[in-house]
Write a protein that binds this ligand. Structure first.
Ligand SMILES: *Cc1c(COP(=O)(O)O)cnc(C)c1O
Length: 362
């Protein structure tokens, strides 16, 4: 039986290979590698894609979160609220600003921040609330905003490029949003990259300054705040610009694959994800997850677990809580299983996964 890979980026990148190589040649010869025209062009295009007005390209998604949080006023003596069900980078970015991370549990059906739990978590010290669009499904931003009483929302949109909520794009749903262009994300660079998008010109200007040593637009050697080396480089920006026009089509392929999965998995003792979003991952929930996963591995099916531990049950983050504090997040971590999902996955592969899963669940 042929193996089904968990992810195969090559299938949709292959037709772009010649363009990517030519772009590398051109930029390598130009000698201009940072803060150039390619970066500006991509920033313009990605802001447009997100249907918002500003984009600042940064080095990676974690830095996008950190710089956006700093610009929103996070720092020592302040708190930032997020969820335990996320990639650990969300917590790292918060802690790196000096602010104290505060967790609220997820809502089991959306697997995103539960708005009903925010009243207890948001207070006078809260600098920002960071909903995570987990697996490419959008957090209920309207309900979250209503529960936050004017505290700015920063979307962790690292898994949700192009997703829509009531017509509005991920990236346009809060005060600002942080994206990652890590190679496996829905829009991936050939290396690391990230972006902050926002409709707020002042916020964008602050992030722009922070990513380049706190300089001013007029004078790169006048440091008006303490910043960092946090830029997206011209080469990665140009690669992303080549891929961006394909993103909506690739997301549509993910959505079609998800629809095929729903049909193929009907009747199995597994929970399938909601129909909305852009399926960065197709994460089912299943009892005896590790056994089921081992059976799939034996059948040649690639899988992954995002994430086996909620944030607070990692040794480095014990201060965030103990077992039992966030039951919905803990239950998701124990049961979640990511099945093969990528643009270009074939119907016969999805059927093969479903058959192997049916056998594993017996
Ligand atoms: C990938 C990811 C990040 C971090 O992005 P990097 O580019 O890897 O730094 C942050 N949050 C979430 C939810 C992610 O999936």
């Amino acid at each position: 039986m042929t193996a089904v890979p968990f992810i195969d980026l090559g299938r949709r990148q292959a037709p772009l290979q010649g363009h990517l190589a030519a772009t590398f040649e051109r930029i390598a010869r130009s000698g201009a590698f940072t803060l150039g025209a390619e970066l500006e062009e991509f920033e313009h295009a990605f802001a447009q894609f997100c249907e918002t007005s500003h984009c600042v390209g940064v080095s990676d998604g974690t830095e996008a979160l950190r710089l956006a949080l700093l610009a929103l006023g996070a720092g020592p003596g302040r708190e930032v609220v997020t969820v335990p069900s996320t990639f650990i980078a969300t917590l790292e970015a918060i802690a790196a600003t000096g602010a104290r991370p505060v967790l609220v549990d997820i809502e089991p059906s959306t697997r995103c921040m539960d708005p009903r739990r925010l009243a207890d978590a948001v207070g006078p010290d809260t600098a920002a609330v960071v909903p995570v669009h987990l697996y490419g499904h959008l957090a209920p931003m309207t309900e979250i905003a209503a529960a936050c009483g004017g505290v700015p929302l920063l979307e962790d949109a690292a898994q949700a490029h192009g997703a829509r909520l009531g017509g509005a794009r991920a990236g346009s749903l809060g005060a600002a949003a942080a994206f990652s262009f890590y190679p496996t994300k829905n829009l991936g660079a050939l290396g690391d990259g990230g972006a902050v998008v926002t409709g707020d010109a002042e916020l964008a200007a602050t992030v722009r300054s922070l990513r380049h040593h706190g300089a001013t637009p007029a004078d790169a050697n006048e440091h008006i705040r303490r910043g960092a080396t946090g830029r997206l480089d011209n080469l990665q920006a140009a690669f992303l610009q080549l891929k961006l026009p394909h993103l909506d089509g690739w997301n549509e392929e993910r959505r079609s694959a998800a629809a095929l999965y729903r049909e193929a998995l009907a009747g199995l003792p597994v929970e399938v994800p909601a129909e909305d979003g852009v399926f960065h991952l197709f994460a089912i929930e299943v009892e005896r997850r590790d056994e089921v996963r081992a059976a799939l591995t034996a059948a040649g099916i690639g899988t992954a677990v995002h994430y086996p531990r909620p944030a607070h049950l990692n040794p480095a983050w014990a201060e965030l809580g103990s077992e039992g504090d966030f039951p919905a997040a803990e239950r998701l971590a124990a049961r979640t299983l990511s099945l093969p999902m990528f643009p270009g996955i074939e119907e016969r592969e999805i059927e093969q996964v479903a058959q192997a899963l049916a056998a594993a669940c017996e």
